[in-house]
Design a protein around this ligand. Structure first.
Ligand SMILES: *[C@@H]1O[C@H](CO)[C@@H](O)[C@H](O)[C@H]1NC(C)=O
Length: 291
């Protein structure tokens, strides 16, 4: 009986999906175009590269090539993909703006995606569509509310069209291990490598019973830090702790817009004025040897 209801619900949702696909004005092309399609749609060149890491992971990088331009590597967050740097559209998304300024843009895509057996959430096309429809058509208000609850409430910088496009690409999937590691960082109060919760396994991986701390003192490249007061996933106190551990911080900016939240870094309406303009000027000053 349970199975029967399950099937019925599935059929309803699926039917809704199929119907919605046919005649729904809110069906946004950008929500369903993968990164290569988005990049080409807005007239930029695209390349895909496979990169094998020293420890045997196979990463995918999406590139908007610019021969001779300074390379920039964009690394997305948990559950995200290279689309994070594109969903704000050609006038505002960081990848395009960097390319316009002459940078050779590289974006890692779906980190550790294929190499892990346990994925969350399960990556099936149908499930992704169900999630998208639920979030954009049926439960639009609740979904936006939930995003605000997780990322920090900021309705002023929220473009509801952009958020629907974003939901089409997020969550992109990730490994359970990444989530677990994230939780470990919170609970341990430090910045340690993954804890296998087994002395034998930790010993095999690290040669010690407990996972070692990352050596932030070894990060010798120049670092600029930007953070928001209203970012519920990155506490100001933690970023400032990080700043004090890093040996080469050239720029440290707590953003002045008080409501700046976790997703404003990617999709805020005024993200150029609030954040990117400062970033571009810091990058120029570093290139010119002024910082
Ligand atoms: C919201 O996003 C859409 C789609 O990218 C864009 O056309 C529109 O101008 C944006 N609205 C604002 C207020 O920025």
């Amino acid at each position: 009986m349970v199975r029967f209801y399950y099937c019925l619900i599935w059929l309803c949702l699926h039917g809704n999906l199929v119907l919605a696909r046919c005649g729904d004005a809110a069906f946004l092309e950008d929500a369903h175009l993968p990164s290569p399609g988005l990049i080409r749609k807005y007239g930029y060149p695209f390349e895909e590269h496979k990169i094998e890491t020293n420890d045997g992971f196979l990463l995918t990088a999406h590139r908007i090539p610019k021969r001779g331009g300074p390379p920039v590597l964009l690394v997305h967050g948990l559950q995200d993909s290279s689309a994070a740097w594109l969903v704000n559209g050609p006038d505002k998304a960081l990848a395009y703006l960097l390319s316009n300024r002459g940078y050779d843009v590289w974006m890692l895509n779906r980190l550790a995606y294929r190499s892990c057996i346990y994925e969350f959430p399960p990556q099936s096309k149908v499930l992704k569509k169900v999630f998208y429809k639920l979030c954009t058509v049926i439960l639009h208000k609740s979904c936006t509310f939930l995003i605000m609850k997780l990322a920090g409430v900021d309705y002023r910088q929220l473009n509801s069209t952009t958020i629907q496009i974003y939901i089409g690409h997020f969550p992109a999937g990730g490994s359970v291990k990444s989530f677990d590691h994230y939780a470990q960082q919170i609970n341990s109060g430090g910045f340690f490598k993954y804890n296998y919760r087994s002395v034998a396994k930790n010993r095999r991986a690290y040669g010690s019973a407990k996972p070692p701390a990352y050596k932030l003192g070894n990060v010798d490249c120049k670092v600029a830090l930007y953070y928001g007061k209203n970012d519920l996933l990155a506490a100001v106190k933690d970023v400032q702790h990080l700043r004090n551990e890093l040996p080469n911080v050239v720029h440290d900016e707590l953003l002045t817009y008080r409501k700046f939240n976790h997703i404003d870094f990617l999709v805020a309406i005024d993200v150029r004025k609030l954040l990117y303009d400062s970033m571009f000027s810091v990058m120029k000053r570093v290139e010119n040897g002024e910082l």
